[in-house]
Design a protein around this ligand. Structure first.
Ligand SMILES: NC(=O)c1ccc[n+]([C@@H]2O[C@H](COP(=O)([O-])OP(=O)(O)OC[C@H]3O[C@@H](n4cnc5c(N)ncnc54)[C@H](OP(=O)(O)O)[C@@H]3O)[C@@H](O)[C@H]2O)c1
Length: 246
């Protein structure tokens, strides 16, 4: 589905991002795996892709740093001539109840999750507009749609991504660029691994399909939205949550 495409996956070294990077490589894309701290994990994903016969490379960049993102995207274009697909997957949590949340924890989550998405979209859009082609997939969350106690910072960042997705879709549609969001439910990764069993059992009871999701479930959806099969889909938020709210 993605033969000869150049794809940038932020936070592609771990969890959902790693699954997306691997699946996009299987579909034929050259995948640039972005990471901020976890170089070893990113190298491992690169190795697995190349062992499967795919193409990948890694690049360090903190997506919350506008100038660093500009440089990363400039370097990719210098080397490969284009960027066809951007997956804004990098994300963090710093959970606490509203009354106990520090200003720093609020700012950090907004900086990485929301501003990081803006930084990547704005810098990649210059290239995609020239190409008159682009696929942007933003990873939001069910928490951005419905909220969650203890996550006002995270929920605000993920709801912000949905507003950004719809606005960017309106601005960029005329240039052949689609912008969509995925709202995953409970996906088994390091991010959710830290939750205690009681919280997990409570969440499981709200899932129609009766099980948690895997990174692959999000990855298949991202590949579809990044492919030409989704050419008439833009500004949408697709839930990948096992039927949490149906
Ligand atoms: N797991 C779920 O149930 C779930 C549900 C809904 C939405 N999501 C969203 O899905 C995305 C991936 O989550 P995950 O569960 O796979 O989490 P994860 O396993 O904790 O992975 C997070 C990824 O983001 C990267 N990252 C963090 N800060 C970064 C920064 N400043 N610059 C560049 N990369 C950065 C990390 O790389 P480094 O280690 O190198 O920093 C890592 O690769 C997130 O946006 C998350 O909010 C997850």
């Amino acid at each position: 589905m993605l033969k000869n495409k150049v794809a940038l996956v932020t936070g592609g070294g771990k969890g959902i991002g790693a699954s997306i990077a691997k699946e996009m490589a299987r579909e034929g894309a050259l995948v640039i795996i972005n990471y901020s701290y976890s170089e070893g994990a990113a190298r491992q994903v690169e190795k697995e892709i190349s062992e499967e016969g795919g193409q990948a490379e890694i690049v360090r960049c903190d997506v919350s740093d506008f100038e660093a993102v500009k440089e990363m995207i400039g370097d990719i274009v210098k080397k490969h001539g284009r960027i066809d697909i951007l997956v804004n997957n990098a994300g963090i949590v710093k959970d606490n109840l509203l009354m106990r949340m520090s200003e720093d924890d609020f700012d950090k989550v907004i900086d990485v999750n929301l501003k990081g998405t803006f930084n990547c979209i704005q810098n990649v859009t210059r290239i995609m507009m020239k190409q008159r082609y682009g696929r942007i997939v933003n990873i939001s969350s069910v928490v951005g749609l419905y909220g969650n106690a203890g996550q006002v910072n995270y929920a605000a960042s993920k709801a912000g991504i949905i507003g950004m997705t719809k606005s960017a879709a309106k601005e960029l549609g005329g240039r052949g660029i689609t912008v969509n969001a995925i709202a995953p439910g409970f996906i088994q990764t390091d991010m959710t691994g830290a939750l205690d069993d009681k919280v997990k059992a409570q969440m499981l009871s709200a899932i129609s399909l009766g099980c948690f999701g895997d990174g692959e479930d999000v990855a298949y959806t991202a590949c579809f939205l990044a492919s030409d099969k989704a050419r008439y889909i833009t500004g949408q938020v697709l839930g990948v949550d096992g039927g949490m709210r149906v």
